[in-house]
Ligand binder design. Structure first.
Ligand code: NAP
Length: 266
């Protein structure tokens, strides 16, 4: 039996278990997806123990994505982002990957959004903002990063090719001439507020909101009213999971089965 799982604290409300269990059922795999909540001081023991026990792969979530970086061999993108959300124990040493970036890119790709040469605005410079900014830049976008804490945005922009860092005040000027907009803050999660001024939105935008509770955030509703392409945070969550499964197994993920399991619960 293959054992996969999620390392985080807390992990009780995670949607990853049903999403991945749906894969095993669809493919007839003898596998389980288990959640683990080690104490922070036990993280290294947990990762080493998982390797020793033959665990096939782990996802990693808050608060361990950064700390796991030093416990595995990160690939180039995870090292640049500074965070690992997927550990592959099928390699020696175990490797670390960041499939949040793949989640962003696949979410735009499935809607036919061409990122190459685009003007992109990323709101947020935390974990999701970092993964998004690197992903968009790797795809050929010029990225403006806007964050409440300006220093975080400028520090991130120093690392991302062709990027600039700003405060949130830049949104009313940058969004009107952008092709792509991503909300990578927690603003809008379980609250009816948007991080982007309504009047800056327009019909030529493709907007991804990383927030997935609710799926229809105020930002996405306002963007849709102006004719923008809108992509909810469930797509990013779905595709990061699919990319992790593909990394672990080398098999194509049954995205339809994962989607149903996920969206049934969102
Ligand atoms: P994080 O590392 O804690 O970063 C939080 C970000 O939100 C920071 O940029 C922070 O700005 C900003 N922020 C928080 N409260 C704010 C406010 N009141 N006004 C303006 N900005 C505010 O969190 P994260 O891991 O990046 O997650 C961010 C969001 O993305 C969450 O909603 C999370 O659920 C979602 N997410 C979704 C996926 C997916 O697959 N769909 C994946 C990862 C994350 P400061 O730097 O100024 O504090």
């Amino acid at each position: 039996m293959d054992v996969f799982g999620l390392l985080g604290n807390p992990v009780g409300h995670s949607l990853s278990p049903p999403m991945h269990e749906a894969v095993y059922e669809a493919l007839g795999m003898d596998a389980r997806y288990v959640t683990f909540e080690p104490a922070p001081e036990e993280l290294e023991t947990a990762v080493r123990g998982a390797a020793a026990l033959g665990v096939t792969g782990l996802n990693v979530t808050i608060p361990f994505k950064e700390d796991v970086l030093g416990l595995v061999e990160p690939d180039d993108r995870a090292a640049r982002i500074g965070a690992v959300n997927t550990i592959d124990f099928g390699t020696h040493p175990p490797t670390g990957h960041n499939t949040d970036a793949a989640g962003v890119l696949r979410s735009f790709a499935e809607r036919g959004v061409d990122l190459n040469g685009s003007e992109a605005v990323v709101v947020g410079a935390g974990g999701a903002g970092r993964a998004t900014a690197f992903a968009l830049a790797d795809a050929g976008a010029r990225v403006s990063i806007a964050n409440r804490t300006v220093d975080r945005a400028t520090a991130l922009a120093d690392d991302v090719p062709d990027a600039t860092g700003h405060g949130l005040d830049v949104l009313s000027e940058r969004v009107p001439r952008a092709d792509v907009l991503v909300n990578a803050t927690s603003v809008g999660m379980n609250e009816n507020v948007s991080p982007v001024p309504t009047e800056a939105l327009h019909g030529e935008l493709a907007v991804l909101d990383a927030v997935y509770r609710p799926l229809e955030t105020r930002l996405l509703c306002e963007a849709a009213e102006r004719g923008a392409v809108t992509i909810d945070g469930g797509r990013m969550l779905l595709h990061q999971g699919a990319a992790a499964f593909e990394r672990w197994t080398g098999r194509d993920a049954p995205v339809d089965a994962m989607e149903q399991a996920l969206y049934d619960r969102l």
